[in-house]
Ligand binder design. Structure first.
Ligand code: DHB
Ligand code: FE
Length: 271
């Protein structure tokens, strides 16, 4: 056999689907409906929209595959799914810069450190950050922006640190105007993700870490399946305080009213 692994996967997939069909007494109409659904989903593929990714995410498949590949290690920060809004090669940004590009929102100062499993700083780590705006949209979903906003690439300093200004992310629906959105609605599920900021950390000699930080107190962090995060992305150690502050800011920038402080240390694993 040319590809024994593929043969094993396909054989068991067929067996699993047959058992599912028998268990649920699936009708020909229902199976045809499923084939039509997959056909329609397969036709939705653009740069910023892939319905099969949404299907993988909302069925919990992305999350399970991530959990298997990155099993929980108490000395390292949990991983989380990449999601469809990552753009490779975001613009390099200086420490302390503002990545919000003038978009309105609650100002947020992030003070991030990257360490190894022993807590020793990892300098020269390349960290990509991306997030939605206060209405829950990523720049790639907004028609009249010129250039990337709310995404940037930082390199950690000798203390493994970098800092930046941004705005507080909010909850947002995954794109729900297609077949996956109709599927969620038909079974009484909402399409919302809990508010989060994405991070992708690469450092020589370390395993890459793809993860997200969730705003403690935000919507959709927990609850029954169907009530919590629509793509099952939340892990306890990734829920963190985005502390409400007023008054002087760490870099002296004047801010009217409330701002948020995000301090977090990522622990990454050696290769
Ligand atoms: C994300 C967005 C999605 O639409 C999805 O299906 C999964 C993740 C995200 O940005 O995290
Ligand atoms: Fe996201």
């Amino acid at each position: 056999c040319a590809n024994p692994r593929l043969r094993q996967l396909l054989t068991d997939l067929a067996r699993t689907l047959h058992a599912y069909t028998i268990r649920n007494d699936l009708t020909p109409q229902e199976w045809q409906r499923a084939v039509d659904f997959l056909t329609e989903a397969g036709h939705i593929t653009t740069d910023t929209r892939q319905e099969f990714i949404l299907l993988s995410d909302t069925l919990g498949m992305s999350s399970v595959v991530d959990a298997l590949a990155n099993s929980r290690n108490p000395d390292t920060t949990s991983s989380a799914i990449l999601g469809p809004f990552y753009v490779a090669g975001p613009p390099a940004a200086e420490h302390g810069s503002d990545i919000a590009g003038g978009l309105t929102g609650t100002p947020m100062w992030a003070d991030i450190q990257v360490t190894d499993q022993q807590g020793e700083p990892v300098s020269g780590a390349v960290v990509d950050v991306w997030q939605s705006n206060e209405d829950g949209f990523y720049d790639v979903q907004l028609p009249d922006l010129d250039g990337p906003v709310l995404r940037a690439r930082f390199t950690t300093d000798a203390d493994g640190r970098f800092t930046f200004w941004s705005i507080l992310p909010s909850e947002y629906p995954i794109p729900d105007d297609g077949p996956v959105g109709r599927m969620l609605a038909a079974v009484g599920r909402h399409p919302y993700r809990a508010p989060h900021v994405h991070f992708l950390i690469n450092a020589p000699e370390y395993q890459p870490l793809i993860t997200q930080l969730f705003v403690r107190g935000g919507a959709y962090l927990d609850g029954a399946p169907g009530q919590r995060d629509a793509v099952f992305g939340v892990k306890d150690d990734l829920i963190t305080d985005f502390v409400r502050r007023t008054g002087p800011t760490p870099d002296g920038r004047p801010v009217d009213g409330e701002w948020r402080l995000l301090e977090f240390t990522f622990r990454i694993a050696r290769r």
